[in-house]
Design a protein around this ligand. Structure first.
Ligand SMILES: C[S@@+](CC[C@H](N)C(=O)[O-])C[C@H]1O[C@@H](n2cnc3c(N)ncnc32)[C@H](O)[C@@H]1O
Length: 615
């Protein structure tokens, strides 16, 4: 099962949170070696924040510092939820840094797009009748993907795109300089091993200098200075660089930390795995990946403050017809259910811990509690003395809460926190008064389950022509998305009856081997995710289904077809603004920040603000 096995890699921590080697900012470090295309860490929850800039156009609330710590909806497969989607995530996807020379991982949007919800549905969750409808996120399974070999102890560096502003800087080696020079050095070592003895030391050094100056100037052109800086003084130094794992690691030894140091000074980021909560209607939950002792840190939660948070998370429905003079309807973003609140503070706090966003309310059955971090590399004391208005001077590295076990936790046990009495009362009231809408419209989750249910045979997607008319109403809230990368070199040009031509490209799998840039682009920026229409289908249940699709996002859609698209690369997604998380009447409540640890300096309200719970 999920948790079993003696030499389970889960028994060793796979990734640690600590201070980055690059700056006073958070970083993540490999707890073991990773191969290219391995996934790193656990599968995170994603909370999609919708049109937040639009909803704050008139509020005057400063939200940019908060948003800067979030991903764009493109990176998490959520950009189709609305006009502007920003994604709140925790864990290594949140707390890793970037580096122009040493990108070794990407946030991998197909992991989320291709998620399944069979476990949730099998647990008895009924999306129509559950009072949990719209109260927890439907986005999960976000993972990091290694795009390079990563030695144990090395910092995880993500491609944020922004590093590429520095990509052309000739003073600074970039990822391709490192890679090409490593290849070159390998060849040089082979050359000198073979010939140095015969030609003698003087001639060998002359050859080396010739390669280093003239050959490099000719081949690396404007990258020559950056590339040359990576080469040792004499050819004798080449082998040592190859031996440590290449020029990037040789020139930046500080990016690899000692595993014992990490164990002592870092926070393990994969102590928790996701599963279906044991609590009815709660959705997913966090479960212990390994047994933990009382007092042990289960996970760390770096906090991101959002000033005037409750107001900033209000959505105003300005589409609604207000002819009758009614005020436009207001509701809260789903994110509020994932935020910490203290009644005496105007600030809310997003906790970006590894898997901590999955932790449910356990009331008296809670087995973890929050305490402040005392790590030497953090400056919690400084942040705690600063007023909420000034808090943005501090990064999440200085606002770390530890979730510690209040009793021994067994491997496989659900980890639960006490959200507070007011939360519990609000949830009880919600369950008492909640009524299911009479809806026959299915969500993407329900439809994907038909075609991709785990443990069920694949059920074919209908072609455009086969789409039954009586299904159209039921399907009106969803769109088809295909993961598409095409092999441009293998185009097949067909002449149509009307004289036009159609280009038919073969589909290629992703992740793709080869060029790093294409790989990171398609992984994180959603460039291989397109609206699509199914034109034809072949295969059967036993052999699997293959499709011919029309990528309708292409301007020239009519004239492009993609063939051999496998069944798994096709998914339904919800149309904008139809996900249950936007429905009025969905449960909304913050998590209580424990009073005994809430800093005095952050208390800027008088505290009689319970009425703010209601909109
Ligand atoms: C921070 S999230 C916890 C993770 C969430 N279960 C998920 O699947 O993403 C908080 C939300 O989880 C659900 N939840 C947490 N504890 C619960 C409980 N004891 N009973 C019912 N729902 C709960 C509620 O929908 C709440 O708004």
């Amino acid at each position: 099962s999920f948790f079993a096995s003696k030499n389970d890699p889960l028994d060793r921590c796979g990734i640690y949170l600590a201070e980055s080697s690059t700056d006073h900012t958070l970083g993540n470090f490999a707890g073991r070696a990773f191969e290219r295309d391995d996934s790193i860490g656990s599968s995170e929850a994603i909370v999609q924040i919708l049109d937040i800039r639009h909803h704050n156009m008139e509020s005057g609330i400063l939200i940019e510092n908060f948003l800067r710590t979030m991903w764009s909806g493109d990176a998490t497969a959520g950009s189709g939820e609305g006009l502007e989607v920003v994604s709140a995530v925790g864990g290594p996807s949140f707390s890793s840094t970037g580096h122009v020379g040493m990108i070794n991982a990407v946030i991998y949007h197909p992991s989320t797009l291709l998620r399944t919800d069979s476990d949730l549905i099998a647990s008895g969750y009924d999306e129509i009748t559950s009072p949990g409808r719209g109260a927890f996120t439907m986005y999960h399974n976000l993972t990091l993907l290694a795009v390079d070999k990563i030695p144990a102890g090395m910092e995880i560096f993500l491609d944020f795109g922004a590093e590429y502003n520095n990509y052309a800087n000739p003073e600074q080696p970039n990822i391709d300089d490192y890679r090409k020079m490593d290849e070159g050095m390998q060849k040089m070592v082979e050359f000198f091993n073979k010939h140095a003895e015969n030609i003698g030391e003087v001639a060998a050094n002359e050859v080396y200098d010739f390669m280093k100056k003239d050959v490099l100037d000719l081949t690396a052109e404007e990258r020559a200075p950056a590339a040359r800086a990576l080469l040792p003084d004499t050819y004798h130094g080449l082998q040592a660089i190859i031996d440590v794992g290449g020029s990037a690691l040789y020139n930046n030894p500080e990016v690899v930390k000692d595993l014992d140091w990490l164990k002592m000074n870092g926070y393990c980021q994969d102590n928790l795995v996701v599963g279906i909560s044991k609590i009815a209607h709660a959705g997913r939950g966090a479960f212990a990946a390994r047994s933990m002792k009382r007092g042990e840190v289960v996970s760390a939660m770096p906090l991101v403050p959002l000033n005037n948070g409750k107001d900033a998370l209000i959505m105003i429905d300005d589409e609604e017809d207000s002819e009758d003079g009614d005020e436009p309807t207001q509701s809260y973003q789903l994110l509020i259910n994932y935020m910490l609140e203290h009644p005496k503070s105007s600030s809310l706090f997003f906790s970006a811990g590894a898997m901590t966003n999955y932790i449910n309310h356990g009331g008296k059955n809670a087995n973890v509690k929050m305490i402040w971090s005392t790590k030497a590399w953090s400056n919690v004391e400084g942040a705690r003395k600063t007023s909420v208005e000034e808090l943005s001077q501090f990064g999440p590295i200085d606002m770390i809460l530890e979730l510690v076990a209040t009793r021994p936790i067994m491997k496989g046990e659900e980890v639960l926190l006490d959200y507070g009495d007011r939360w519990e009362a609000a949830w009880k009231e919600h369950v008492r008064t909640w009524k299911a809408a009479a809806t026959i419209v299915k969500t993407a989750m329900a439809l994907n389950e038909i075609h991709h249910g785990v443990g069920k045979p694949p059920y074919p997607f209908p072609t455009e022509r086969e789409m039954a008319n009586d299904k159209i109403d039921e399907m009106k809230n969803v769109l088809l998305k295909c993961l598409i990368l095409i092999d441009e070199d293998k185009v097949d040009r067909r002449r149509n009856q009307d004289g036009t031509r159609t280009n038919v490209y073969p589909w290629i799998p992703h992740p793709v081997a080869g060029e790093s840039r294409l790989k990171t682009d398609s992984a994180i920026r959603g460039v291989n995710r397109a609206d699509c229409v199914i034109v034809d289908r072949s295969g059967n249940e036993a052999s699997g289904y293959k499709y011919v699709v029309k990528p309708s996002a292409e301007a020239d859609a009519k004239k492009i077809l993609v063939k051999n698209v496998p069944h798994y690369a096709i998914r339904y997604v919800d149309k904008p603004y139809t996900n249950p998380q936007y429905e009025l009447g969905s449960f909304r409540h913050t998590i209580q920040f424990p009073d005994d640890i809430f800093p005095k300096a952050w208390r800027d309200l008088d505290g009689v603000s319970d009425s703010r719970d209601e909109l």
